[in-house]
Design a protein around this ligand. Structure first.
Ligand SMILES: *Cc1c(COP(=O)(O)O)cnc(C)c1O
Length: 432
């Protein structure tokens, strides 16, 4: 497998470089230079495959000979060791639960796969790899759990003090071992600025092998294609299948587009957003106008300039008309999102989280005009991750899975850090 930069198709690298570097120097994004189609009989007989076997088949088709089959099998089976069940709501609506991993969000798929791939490509290198991540919530928890005890890799997570939820903070600060949390006296943007500055600091990068675990890394996108196939498999009689994807940076939706290019029969994709509606607005008007994000109750989707939009444009040959034929966009306010959560509880006795509720509203609206479709909403996180809002809106406490509940009593360990680059750099040099 070779990958090019969306800014320059001649700039090609192998998978190892794309994964360890994350971003090409020209600031584009890596894309596979060839997206192979799966054999027809694989789709026809998909019910006979386990989730892990589907994952391996899709992965080895896309990666070609980048990794020997036996090694790839260990990586895929190790990463994809929890299910993605499809729950039927009514004759037309389904929910794909993507929160059965360690951090209770779909980001576990990407983080676990990326950790194993990085470790694989880093083997035999006697210098350890130090991963820097800034997080506003969900990413940090998935990366911490995904890289926990990964040989040869240390992780430093920067998070804004007082601005992530209590349980999210516990997900970052209670693991220890190769995971270190820095509690920054600043905002998420300050954390991100510290990380960016570190990557550009030659004195630092000459001494420490730094890399990022950002969502733009192709290693996070690849495993997200797997569960689209797994969802399709679980439909009794799949026809006119629509995937509705609650979106922020659009990594999840882009993975769906890759799955469809590889031969998964998809009738339509729905891009569902909160008030940060840059992509639905683009699909409606043909004009892309990024702008600063606004805060909502589905805060993992508060993105004003989605990083994977460049990949979506690339897949559609930079042609609005092509993109809007396959993707429909809808956006909802917090008030509508809250109504969606209440309606899902009342109608289906199901507790959906605020991100999934945005997806529910979008699918409902789409199916008004397209009633004979089978719609699958990607439920991106477990409702208990957003406890205060869910309790306020629904008036009860959702079931809290044991792996989250037990964090409450664990001791937080974080290093208090001023929002000051020189201090941060000194700490890095002293620690690694
Ligand atoms: C990250 C996240 C999203 C947004 O996913 P993208 O791939 O960035 O579009 C949606 N919901 C939850 C719960 C998330 O953590």
């Amino acid at each position: 497998m070779r990958l090019y930069s969306t800014k320059n198709k001649e700039n090609k690298v192998d998978l190892s470089k794309a994964v360890l570097k994350g971003l090409p120097e020209d600031n584009g994004l890596y894309m596979p230079d060839d997206i192979p189609t799966l054999p027809q009989e694989f789709i026809q007989n998909i019910k006979e495959y386990s989730f892990q076997d589907i994952a391996l088949k899709v992965c080895s088709t896309l990666l070609k000979d980048s990794i020997p089959q036996n090694d790839l099998k260990d990586i895929v089976y190790g990463a994809i060791d929890f299910p993605a069940p499809l729950i039927q709501m009514d004759a037309q609506k389904y929910i794909l639960e993507l929160f059965h991993g360690p951090s209770l969000a779909f980001k576990d798929f990407g983080a676990r796969f990326m950790a194993r791939l990085m470790s694989y490509f880093n083997r035999g290198n006697n210098r350890e790899l130090v991963i820097l991540v800034a997080t506003s919530g969900d990413t940090g928890g998935a990366v911490a759990a995904g890289f926990y005890k990964t040989p040869g890799i240390k992780v430093v997570i920067l998070y804004p003090s007082g601005k992530v939820s209590h349980l999210q903070e516990k997900q970052l600060t209670t693991l220890g071992h190769n995971i270190t949390a820095l509690e920054v006296d600043g905002t998420f943007d300050d954390c991100q600025a510290l990380v960016k500055k570190a990557f550009l600091d030659n004195e630092l990068t000459n001494k420490i092998r730094l890399t990022s675990a950002n969502s733009i890394n192709i290693a996070r996108l690849i495993p997200q294609t797997f569960y689209y196939f797994e969802a399709y498999k679980q439909l009794e009689n799949p026809s006119d299948v629509v995937f509705c994807v609650p979106s922020g940076n659009f990594g999840n939706l882009t993975a769906g587009l890759l799955a469809s290019k590889m031969g998964l029969p998809v009738h339509k994709f729905i891009a569902a957003t909160n008030s940060n509606n840059v992509v639905p607005a683009y699909l409606g008007s043909g004009t892309y106008s990024p702008r600063p994000s606004v805060r909502t109750i589905s805060n993992a989707m508060d993105v004003g300039n989605p990083s994977n939009f460049a990949r979506m444009e690339d897949l559609y040959g930079f042609t609005w008309n092509n993109m809007k034929q396959e993707i429909e966009g809808y956006s909802y306010t917090d008030k509508e999102t809250e109504e969606g959560m209440k309606e899902v509880k009342a109608k289906y006795d199901y507790t959906i989280d605020p991100h999934g509720a945005v997806g529910y509203m979008a699918l409902k609206e789409y199916q008004k005009d397209n009633p004979n479709t089978q719609g699958i909403i990607l439920e991106t996180a477990h409702p208990s991750k957003f406890l205060p809002d869910v309790e306020r809106i629904l008036g009860y406490t959702p079931n809290i899975p044991a792996r989250l509940a037990e964090l409450r009593d664990r001791k937080k360990e974080a290093i208090w850090t001023k929002n000051n680059y020189e201090d941060f750099k000194k700490w890095l040099l002293g620690s690694y």
